[in-house]
Design a protein around this ligand. Structure first.
Ligand SMILES: NC(=O)c1ccc[n+]([C@@H]2O[C@H](COP(=O)([O-])OP(=O)(O)OC[C@H]3O[C@@H](n4cnc5c(N)ncnc54)[C@H](OP(=O)(O)O)[C@@H]3O)[C@@H](O)[C@H]2O)c1
Length: 308
């Protein structure tokens, strides 16, 4: 496993995170096995959110961890709050952040979170309220580190004006299929392609400038949730290059797709959502691969992009 020392944050965390969004589909014993397999692969970082199975993912994890023999202090537990699909709103109010965190801790059966992220912007967010909530959680020892998810540079500027603690993570979608984070820089000012559209106001460079580690979510998904592009008939060129490089490095295609994310000098983490132990092993093989500069471009171009 490749490890990472997060600037202003924890040291020695795994570059691959196990995302627990799909954990509600597992029994407690299956979840314990999944956590153990991840740990055997060198993964020490687990991602949750209050909305994953409406709390069920956290509950399952909290019930399963004691069965694994893994000590709480040896893993890094992260969750996200703010999404309320039941009441059809996003909420970053102080009251909601505090209440959600207490509920997360109770479901995960722990007395602290290593990181709490705000999941997706609440259109009514007040950075002063958020700062108060984070201060209270930090002082009470309930949360060690803070971050955000799907947040733009200006929103981060506004939050950083008030929040005392460093914001060390931004969870963003990034993959060979969903490569918006890097596309705009290549096609800048080019009217012939939609890839030149600035969709995030330069969030990649902003995060690098301010030492915010990007966590790439859904690293294998087509679109939002349309399945995996590896071995998908709609991606023949990409799968050919994934196959060639997989053969060269002696790893599965999936590992090459993840290695493409890890190769970026921003030193991102990749969040794997599979609950299949064999698939997770394939993904972790990514950490055995160091793609060359040219191989990174070969994969990018094979995923349907072109040099302007
Ligand atoms: N912050 C946010 O807004 C946000 C949004 C979405 C997700 N997330 C986080 O990102 C995590 C990952 O999301 P995700 O599950 O959508 O994406 P993903 O990890 O990219 O998984 C996508 C698909 O790839 C398949 N796959 C994985 N390994 C494979 C292999 N070796 N061979 C064949 N197929 C393989 C999976 O199928 P199988 O399940 O069959 O293995 C799954 O259907 C979530 O758990 C969550 O923690 C965050």
């Amino acid at each position: 496993m490749k490890m990472l020392d997060v600037v202003n944050g924890p040291k020695n965390v795994s570059r691959i995170i196990l995302g627990c969004m799909r954990m509600p589909a597992l029994s407690v014993d299956e979840a314990a096995r999944m956590i153990s397999v991840a740990s055997d692969m060198g993964i020490n970082f687990f991602d949750h959110a209050t909305c994953y199975g409406d709390g069920e993912a956290e509950t399952r994890f909290g019930d399963a961890l004691p069965k694994t023999g893994i000590r709480r202090e040896d893993i890094f537990l992260q969750s996200k709050c703010g999404l309320h699909f039941d009441t059809k709103e996003f909420n970053w109010s102080k009251e909601d952040i505090l209440k959600s965190t207490d509920e997360i801790l109770s479901r995960l059966k722990t007395d602290y979170l290593d990181a709490l992220l705000l999941h997706r912007p609440d259109l009514l967010y007040d950075p002063e309220e958020i700062a108060e909530a984070f201060d209270q959680l930090y002082t009470a020892g309930k949360v060690k580190y803070f971050g955000v998810s799907n947040v733009t540079p200006m929103q981060l500027e506004l939050l950083r004006k008030y929040v005392k603690q460093p914001l060390i993570f931004n969870q963003l979608q990034f993959s060979l299929d969903q490569s918006q984070l890097v596309d705009q820089a290549l096609y800048l000012n080019n009217k012939t392609t939609d890839r030149s559209i600035d969709r995030d106001n330069g969030i990649l460079d902003y995060c690098r400038l301010h030492d915010i580690t990007i966590q790439a979510w859904s690293p294998l998904q087509i679109g939002m949730f349309k399945g995996c592009f590896v071995d998908h008939p709609d991606f023949p060129e990409l799968n050919e290059v994934l196959g060639q490089l997989g053969e060269k490095y002696g790893v599965p295609k999936t590992a090459i797709a993840i290695a493409w994310i890890l190769r970026h000098p921003a030193k991102m983490q990749a969040i794997a959502g599979t609950m299949n132990p064999d698939h997770l092993k394939d993904i972790c093989d990514a950490t055995k691969v160091d793609l060359t500069h040219n191989e990174w471009y070969q994969l990018y171009l094979a995923s349907g992009k072109f040099l302007p």
